[in-house]
Design a protein. Sequence first.
Length: 353
Amino acid sequence: MQQFKFMKFSANIEAGFGSLKNIGEHLKNIGITGTAAVISGETAFRIAGKIVVDSLESSGFYVNTFIYEKIEPTLKNAESLKAIIKNYSSKNDVFIIGIGGGSTLDVCKYISAKLELNFIAVPTLLSSDAIATGYSVLWIDDKNEAFQTKAPSLIVGDYEILKNQPKKYISAGVGDMLSKMSALYDWRLAFWLAGETYNDFAMNVAKATTNLLKKRIADVAAMNYIGIETLFLSEVTDGYLMQLSGTTRVAAGSEHLFTFALEKIHGMPNHGEYCGLGTIMMAYIQSKKDGEVREYLNDVGAATTAADLDVKPQEIIKALTIAHTMRPWYTILGINGLSEGSAERLARYTMVI
Protein backbone atom coordinates (compact mmCIF):
# COMPACT_ATOMS: atom_id res chain seq x y z
CA MET A 1 0.00 0.00 0.00
CA GLN A 2 1.26 3.48 -0.87
CA GLN A 3 0.72 6.10 1.82
CA PHE A 4 1.46 9.79 1.45
CA LYS A 5 1.38 12.23 4.35
CA PHE A 6 1.48 15.97 3.96
CA MET A 7 1.02 18.10 7.08
CA LYS A 8 -2.46 17.28 8.41
CA PHE A 9 -3.44 15.44 5.25
CA SER A 10 -3.19 11.67 5.01
CA ALA A 11 -4.61 9.41 2.34
CA ASN A 12 -4.19 5.81 1.35
CA ILE A 13 -3.94 4.64 -2.24
CA GLU A 14 -4.59 1.17 -3.59
CA ALA A 15 -3.86 1.05 -7.30
CA GLY A 16 -3.21 -1.56 -9.94
CA PHE A 17 -4.99 -4.11 -12.09
CA GLY A 18 -7.87 -5.70 -10.16
CA SER A 19 -7.27 -3.63 -7.00
CA LEU A 20 -11.01 -3.00 -6.59
CA LYS A 21 -11.67 -6.69 -5.93
CA ASN A 22 -9.96 -6.27 -2.56
CA ILE A 23 -11.56 -3.01 -1.44
CA GLY A 24 -13.12 -4.71 1.59
CA GLU A 25 -9.71 -5.86 2.83
CA HIS A 26 -8.20 -2.46 2.09
CA LEU A 27 -10.82 -0.82 4.33
CA LYS A 28 -10.14 -3.25 7.15
CA ASN A 29 -6.42 -2.58 6.86
CA ILE A 30 -6.90 1.15 7.51
CA GLY A 31 -9.40 0.60 10.31
CA ILE A 32 -12.64 1.69 8.63
CA THR A 33 -15.72 -0.08 9.98
CA GLY A 34 -19.48 0.29 9.74
CA THR A 35 -22.03 0.31 6.94
CA ALA A 36 -21.07 1.34 3.41
CA ALA A 37 -23.30 3.90 1.72
CA VAL A 38 -22.38 3.49 -1.95
CA ILE A 39 -23.25 6.54 -4.06
CA SER A 40 -23.02 6.24 -7.84
CA GLY A 41 -24.53 7.07 -11.17
CA GLU A 42 -26.07 4.20 -13.13
CA THR A 43 -23.28 3.91 -15.72
CA ALA A 44 -20.46 3.93 -13.16
CA PHE A 45 -22.29 1.38 -11.02
CA ARG A 46 -22.63 -0.97 -13.99
CA ILE A 47 -18.87 -0.70 -14.53
CA ALA A 48 -17.62 -1.06 -10.96
CA GLY A 49 -20.55 -1.37 -8.56
CA LYS A 50 -20.89 -5.15 -8.45
CA ILE A 51 -17.16 -5.56 -7.84
CA VAL A 52 -17.34 -3.11 -4.93
CA VAL A 53 -20.46 -4.61 -3.36
CA ASP A 54 -19.24 -8.21 -3.71
CA SER A 55 -15.89 -7.37 -2.12
CA LEU A 56 -17.48 -5.45 0.76
CA GLU A 57 -20.02 -8.14 1.53
CA SER A 58 -17.42 -10.91 1.39
CA SER A 59 -15.40 -8.92 3.94
CA GLY A 60 -18.38 -8.68 6.29
CA PHE A 61 -19.57 -5.15 5.54
CA TYR A 62 -23.25 -4.30 5.24
CA VAL A 63 -23.90 -2.29 2.07
CA ASN A 64 -26.68 0.05 0.99
CA THR A 65 -26.61 1.54 -2.49
CA PHE A 66 -27.83 4.97 -3.60
CA ILE A 67 -27.86 4.79 -7.39
CA TYR A 68 -29.04 7.66 -9.58
CA GLU A 69 -29.40 8.08 -13.33
CA LYS A 70 -26.93 10.95 -13.16
CA ILE A 71 -25.37 12.87 -10.29
CA GLU A 72 -25.35 16.57 -11.14
CA PRO A 73 -22.57 18.62 -9.47
CA THR A 74 -24.90 21.31 -8.10
CA LEU A 75 -25.15 22.56 -4.53
CA LYS A 76 -28.89 21.89 -4.59
CA ASN A 77 -28.36 18.26 -5.58
CA ALA A 78 -25.53 17.81 -3.05
CA GLU A 79 -27.73 19.15 -0.26
CA SER A 80 -30.59 16.89 -1.32
CA LEU A 81 -28.36 13.80 -1.27
CA LYS A 82 -26.83 14.94 2.01
CA ALA A 83 -30.28 14.93 3.63
CA ILE A 84 -30.87 11.34 2.43
CA ILE A 85 -27.50 10.14 3.74
CA LYS A 86 -27.94 12.06 7.00
CA ASN A 87 -31.24 10.29 7.64
CA TYR A 88 -29.63 6.94 6.84
CA SER A 89 -26.49 7.59 8.90
CA SER A 90 -28.54 8.61 11.96
CA LYS A 91 -29.54 4.93 12.26
CA ASN A 92 -26.24 3.37 11.20
CA ASP A 93 -22.47 3.76 11.59
CA VAL A 94 -21.84 4.87 8.00
CA PHE A 95 -18.96 5.62 5.65
CA ILE A 96 -19.41 6.78 2.05
CA ILE A 97 -18.04 5.17 -1.10
CA GLY A 98 -18.33 7.29 -4.23
CA ILE A 99 -18.06 5.53 -7.59
CA GLY A 100 -17.72 7.55 -10.78
CA GLY A 101 -16.10 10.61 -12.30
CA GLY A 102 -15.25 14.02 -10.91
CA SER A 103 -18.82 15.26 -10.56
CA THR A 104 -19.90 12.28 -8.45
CA LEU A 105 -16.76 12.40 -6.31
CA ASP A 106 -17.15 16.16 -5.71
CA VAL A 107 -20.72 15.64 -4.48
CA CYS A 108 -19.62 12.76 -2.25
CA LYS A 109 -16.75 14.79 -0.78
CA TYR A 110 -19.18 17.57 0.06
CA ILE A 111 -21.61 15.19 1.78
CA SER A 112 -18.90 13.37 3.74
CA ALA A 113 -17.36 16.65 4.93
CA LYS A 114 -20.67 18.13 6.05
CA LEU A 115 -21.69 14.92 7.87
CA GLU A 116 -18.14 14.16 9.12
CA LEU A 117 -18.09 10.69 7.56
CA ASN A 118 -15.17 8.75 6.10
CA PHE A 119 -15.10 8.91 2.32
CA ILE A 120 -13.64 6.37 -0.11
CA ALA A 121 -13.14 7.38 -3.75
CA VAL A 122 -13.48 4.84 -6.55
CA PRO A 123 -12.81 6.69 -9.82
CA THR A 124 -14.05 5.11 -13.03
CA LEU A 125 -12.84 8.03 -15.18
CA LEU A 126 -9.68 10.12 -15.32
CA SER A 127 -11.31 13.23 -16.75
CA SER A 128 -10.22 15.62 -13.95
CA ASP A 129 -8.15 15.97 -10.77
CA ALA A 130 -11.23 15.80 -8.50
CA ILE A 131 -10.17 12.34 -7.31
CA ALA A 132 -8.07 13.40 -4.33
CA THR A 133 -8.64 17.11 -3.78
CA GLY A 134 -9.98 18.50 -0.54
CA TYR A 135 -12.33 20.73 -2.53
CA SER A 136 -15.67 20.24 -4.27
CA VAL A 137 -16.62 22.40 -7.24
CA LEU A 138 -20.40 22.74 -7.26
CA TRP A 139 -22.76 24.87 -9.31
CA ILE A 140 -25.09 27.45 -7.79
CA ASP A 141 -27.45 28.63 -10.52
CA ASP A 142 -25.16 29.65 -13.43
CA LYS A 143 -21.90 29.96 -11.49
CA ASN A 144 -19.71 27.38 -9.81
CA GLU A 145 -17.97 27.69 -6.46
CA ALA A 146 -15.15 25.71 -4.83
CA PHE A 147 -16.10 24.45 -1.37
CA GLN A 148 -13.36 23.29 0.97
CA THR A 149 -14.39 19.76 1.90
CA LYS A 150 -12.17 16.77 2.72
CA ALA A 151 -9.89 14.46 0.82
CA PRO A 152 -10.72 10.73 0.67
CA SER A 153 -9.54 8.36 3.40
CA LEU A 154 -8.86 5.81 0.67
CA ILE A 155 -8.56 6.03 -3.10
CA VAL A 156 -8.85 2.81 -5.11
CA GLY A 157 -7.65 3.08 -8.68
CA ASP A 158 -8.35 -0.10 -10.61
CA TYR A 159 -6.38 0.08 -13.86
CA GLU A 160 -8.49 -2.72 -15.36
CA ILE A 161 -11.48 -0.38 -15.17
CA LEU A 162 -9.62 2.85 -15.94
CA LYS A 163 -7.97 1.49 -19.11
CA ASN A 164 -11.40 0.74 -20.57
CA GLN A 165 -12.89 4.22 -20.16
CA PRO A 166 -13.77 6.07 -23.39
CA LYS A 167 -10.69 7.86 -24.67
CA LYS A 168 -12.45 11.25 -24.57
CA TYR A 169 -12.13 11.17 -20.79
CA ILE A 170 -8.39 10.56 -21.05
CA SER A 171 -8.18 13.57 -23.39
CA ALA A 172 -10.12 15.66 -20.87
CA GLY A 173 -7.88 14.51 -18.03
CA VAL A 174 -4.77 15.51 -19.94
CA GLY A 175 -6.32 18.91 -20.65
CA ASP A 176 -6.96 19.41 -16.95
CA MET A 177 -3.43 18.30 -16.00
CA LEU A 178 -1.69 20.43 -18.63
CA SER A 179 -3.45 23.44 -17.09
CA LYS A 180 -0.45 23.76 -14.80
CA MET A 181 1.58 24.91 -17.82
CA SER A 182 -0.20 28.27 -17.43
CA ALA A 183 -1.56 28.00 -13.86
CA LEU A 184 1.85 27.86 -12.16
CA TYR A 185 2.91 31.06 -13.92
CA ASP A 186 -0.30 32.72 -12.67
CA TRP A 187 0.23 31.41 -9.14
CA ARG A 188 3.67 32.99 -8.96
CA LEU A 189 2.25 36.26 -10.28
CA ALA A 190 -0.46 36.16 -7.62
CA PHE A 191 2.16 35.67 -4.92
CA TRP A 192 4.32 38.60 -5.97
CA LEU A 193 1.62 41.04 -7.06
CA ALA A 194 -1.43 40.15 -4.94
CA GLY A 195 -0.03 38.51 -1.80
CA GLU A 196 -1.83 35.21 -2.38
CA THR A 197 -0.86 32.00 -0.57
CA TYR A 198 2.19 30.34 -2.14
CA ASN A 199 4.31 27.27 -1.50
CA ASP A 200 7.55 26.81 -3.41
CA PHE A 201 7.81 23.09 -2.66
CA ALA A 202 4.32 22.44 -4.06
CA MET A 203 5.21 24.56 -7.08
CA ASN A 204 8.24 22.43 -7.88
CA VAL A 205 6.46 19.11 -7.34
CA ALA A 206 3.67 20.34 -9.65
CA LYS A 207 6.26 21.20 -12.31
CA ALA A 208 7.84 17.76 -11.96
CA THR A 209 4.57 15.84 -12.31
CA THR A 210 3.61 17.94 -15.34
CA ASN A 211 6.98 17.26 -16.99
CA LEU A 212 6.62 13.52 -16.34
CA LEU A 213 3.15 13.54 -17.88
CA LYS A 214 4.51 15.29 -20.96
CA LYS A 215 7.39 12.81 -21.18
CA ARG A 216 4.93 9.89 -21.09
CA ILE A 217 2.23 11.42 -23.28
CA ALA A 218 2.55 8.63 -25.88
CA ASP A 219 1.84 6.05 -23.18
CA VAL A 220 -1.15 8.05 -21.97
CA ALA A 221 -2.47 8.25 -25.52
CA ALA A 222 -2.01 4.48 -25.90
CA MET A 223 -3.83 3.94 -22.58
CA ASN A 224 -1.29 1.32 -21.59
CA TYR A 225 -0.23 0.47 -18.03
CA ILE A 226 2.39 3.24 -17.78
CA GLY A 227 0.04 5.82 -19.30
CA ILE A 228 -2.95 5.02 -17.09
CA GLU A 229 -0.79 4.93 -13.96
CA THR A 230 0.92 8.22 -14.87
CA LEU A 231 -2.34 10.07 -15.46
CA PHE A 232 -4.00 8.54 -12.37
CA LEU A 233 -1.13 9.43 -10.04
CA SER A 234 -0.76 12.89 -11.61
CA GLU A 235 -4.39 13.62 -10.78
CA VAL A 236 -4.07 12.21 -7.27
CA THR A 237 -0.93 14.28 -6.68
CA ASP A 238 -2.83 17.45 -7.58
CA GLY A 239 -5.12 16.79 -4.64
CA TYR A 240 -2.19 16.36 -2.27
CA LEU A 241 -0.55 19.55 -3.51
CA MET A 242 -3.74 21.53 -2.89
CA GLN A 243 -3.75 20.27 0.70
CA LEU A 244 -0.07 21.03 1.12
CA SER A 245 -0.30 24.55 -0.29
CA GLY A 246 -3.75 25.37 1.10
CA THR A 247 -5.04 26.57 -2.26
CA THR A 248 -6.30 25.30 -5.61
CA ARG A 249 -3.95 27.76 -7.32
CA VAL A 250 -1.28 25.06 -7.59
CA ALA A 251 -3.40 23.52 -10.35
CA ALA A 252 -5.70 26.27 -11.61
CA GLY A 253 -5.20 29.76 -13.00
CA SER A 254 -6.37 31.91 -15.89
CA GLU A 255 -7.08 28.84 -18.05
CA HIS A 256 -9.55 27.62 -15.41
CA LEU A 257 -11.16 31.05 -15.20
CA PHE A 258 -11.76 30.81 -18.94
CA THR A 259 -13.09 27.28 -18.45
CA PHE A 260 -15.55 28.33 -15.74
CA ALA A 261 -16.75 31.15 -17.98
CA LEU A 262 -17.20 28.85 -20.98
CA GLU A 263 -19.04 26.30 -18.81
CA LYS A 264 -21.39 29.10 -17.76
CA ILE A 265 -21.99 30.13 -21.38
CA HIS A 266 -21.93 26.84 -23.28
CA GLY A 267 -22.51 24.12 -20.69
CA MET A 268 -20.50 21.78 -18.46
CA PRO A 269 -19.71 18.56 -20.37
CA ASN A 270 -16.10 19.25 -21.38
CA HIS A 271 -14.25 20.72 -18.39
CA GLY A 272 -10.86 19.20 -19.16
CA GLU A 273 -10.97 20.00 -22.86
CA TYR A 274 -12.09 23.57 -22.14
CA CYS A 275 -9.02 23.76 -19.89
CA GLY A 276 -6.90 22.64 -22.84
CA LEU A 277 -8.19 25.48 -25.02
CA GLY A 278 -7.68 27.90 -22.15
CA THR A 279 -4.11 26.74 -21.61
CA ILE A 280 -3.28 27.25 -25.29
CA MET A 281 -4.50 30.84 -25.13
CA MET A 282 -3.10 31.75 -21.72
CA ALA A 283 0.31 30.32 -22.62
CA TYR A 284 0.32 32.72 -25.58
CA ILE A 285 -0.36 35.76 -23.36
CA GLN A 286 2.35 34.56 -20.98
CA SER A 287 4.81 34.51 -23.93
CA LYS A 288 5.15 30.75 -23.67
CA LYS A 289 5.05 28.25 -26.52
CA ASP A 290 1.31 27.79 -27.09
CA GLY A 291 2.22 25.40 -29.90
CA GLU A 292 3.75 23.04 -27.32
CA VAL A 293 0.45 22.85 -25.45
CA ARG A 294 -1.39 22.20 -28.72
CA GLU A 295 1.04 19.42 -29.64
CA TYR A 296 0.47 17.51 -26.38
CA LEU A 297 -3.29 17.89 -26.72
CA ASN A 298 -3.10 16.62 -30.31
CA ASP A 299 -1.13 13.62 -29.11
CA VAL A 300 -4.08 12.40 -27.02
CA GLY A 301 -6.78 13.47 -29.46
CA ALA A 302 -7.98 16.37 -27.33
CA ALA A 303 -9.69 19.44 -28.75
CA THR A 304 -7.50 22.34 -29.87
CA THR A 305 -10.17 24.49 -31.53
CA ALA A 306 -13.63 25.71 -30.63
CA ALA A 307 -15.04 23.83 -33.62
CA ASP A 308 -13.74 20.57 -32.17
CA LEU A 309 -16.18 21.05 -29.28
CA ASP A 310 -19.04 22.61 -31.29
CA VAL A 311 -18.44 25.89 -29.48
CA LYS A 312 -19.19 29.09 -31.39
CA PRO A 313 -16.40 31.66 -31.85
CA GLN A 314 -18.52 34.28 -30.13
CA GLU A 315 -18.83 32.04 -27.08
CA ILE A 316 -15.04 31.77 -26.84
CA ILE A 317 -14.70 35.54 -27.11
CA LYS A 318 -17.39 36.16 -24.49
CA ALA A 319 -15.81 33.65 -22.12
CA LEU A 320 -12.45 35.38 -22.44
CA THR A 321 -13.94 38.77 -21.63
CA ILE A 322 -15.68 37.60 -18.43
CA ALA A 323 -13.10 35.05 -17.29
CA HIS A 324 -11.47 37.40 -14.77
CA THR A 325 -14.78 37.69 -12.88
CA MET A 326 -15.13 33.94 -12.20
CA ARG A 327 -12.87 33.90 -9.10
CA PRO A 328 -11.13 36.55 -6.98
CA TRP A 329 -7.76 35.41 -8.31
CA TYR A 330 -4.91 37.48 -9.68
CA THR A 331 -3.76 36.02 -13.02
CA ILE A 332 -2.24 37.11 -16.33
CA LEU A 333 -5.73 38.44 -17.18
CA GLY A 334 -5.22 41.22 -14.66
CA ILE A 335 -7.97 43.02 -12.79
CA ASN A 336 -9.98 44.32 -15.73
CA GLY A 337 -9.72 41.33 -18.05
CA LEU A 338 -9.65 41.34 -21.84
CA SER A 339 -11.58 43.66 -24.11
CA GLU A 340 -13.70 42.04 -26.79
CA GLY A 341 -11.19 43.06 -29.44
CA SER A 342 -8.24 41.62 -27.52
CA ALA A 343 -10.17 38.44 -26.81
CA GLU A 344 -10.93 37.90 -30.48
CA ARG A 345 -7.31 38.56 -31.50
CA LEU A 346 -6.08 36.11 -28.87
CA ALA A 347 -8.44 33.35 -29.99
CA ARG A 348 -7.50 33.90 -33.65
CA TYR A 349 -3.74 34.20 -33.05
CA THR A 350 -3.81 30.85 -31.23
CA MET A 351 -6.10 29.29 -33.86
CA VAL A 352 -8.73 28.40 -31.27
CA ILE A 353 -11.23 30.09 -33.58
